[in-house]
Design a protein around this ligand. Structure first.
Ligand code: GRF
Length: 193
């Protein structure tokens, strides 16, 4: 079966992008990286890996999120992208994009969903005295951080953990989990949409 053509959307550091690039890409092939932020470190990572790296700055679009997404959509369609992977992409997507890429849009979130959608997940784990924490890979639906779960990785919260130590350890889990889930999901997909 042919490898699925993947675009990764980023806004910053791009350490998950790096993990996806470094993994054996036998089920997927990253052919495009798009950042909404021109100075995203992930753009350099993509270029170093020989992958097309583009900036689509959201700022000129002002409040018109859908106009931004229409241009993003065109970039993806033009390159025959089959699967869109969000990796630290800091824009909430509108129904236009989410419906257009239904079942072809994946995200990773630093909590054990359905616990702690949104931000400050590590802080909330500590505040609630949770015994475990982790990360979740899921399909994107209209409601933020709530689509069908494709995989999770867990850790035990240790005495002395801070939000920083949790963030570091969860990120390590993310780097192992995301490539595995993207590969498994890519394998499960049929032909072109
Ligand atoms: C990760 O913690 C991910 O869970 C969240 O954004 C962060 C992205 O980090 N969605 P990076 O840009 O991949 O290093």
């Amino acid at each position: 079966m042919s490898r699925k053509r993947v675009a990764v959307l980023i806004s910053g550091r791009g350490s998950n992008l790096q993990a996806l690039l470094d993994a054996e890409q036998d089920a997927y092939e990253i052919v495009l990286v798009v950042s909404n932020a021109p100075d995203a470190e992930g753009l350099t990572r993509a270029a170093q890996a020989g992958v097309e790296a583009l900036t689509l700055d959201h700022r000129p679009y002002g409040k018109n999120r859908e106009a931004f997404e229409r241009d993003l959509d065109s970039l993806l369609i033009h390159r025959n992208i089959e699967l869109v992977v969000l990796a630290g992409f800091m824009r909430v997507l509108t129904p236009f994009f989410v419906h257009g890429w239904k079942d072809r849009l994946i995200n990773i979130h630093p909590s054990l969903l359905p616990k702690y959608p949104g931000t400050k997940t590590h802080e909330r784990v500590l505040e609630n005295g949770d015994a475990e924490h982790g990360c979740t890979v899921h399909l994107v639906v209209e409601d933020v951080d709530s689509g069908p779960i494709l995989g999770q990785a867990k850790l035990r919260v240790q005495p002395g953990d801070t939000s920083q130590t949790l963030a570091d350890r969860v990120l390590e889990l993310e780097h192992a989990l995301y490539p595995r889930c993207v590969a498994a999901y890519a394998r499960s997909l049929g032909g072109r949409p």
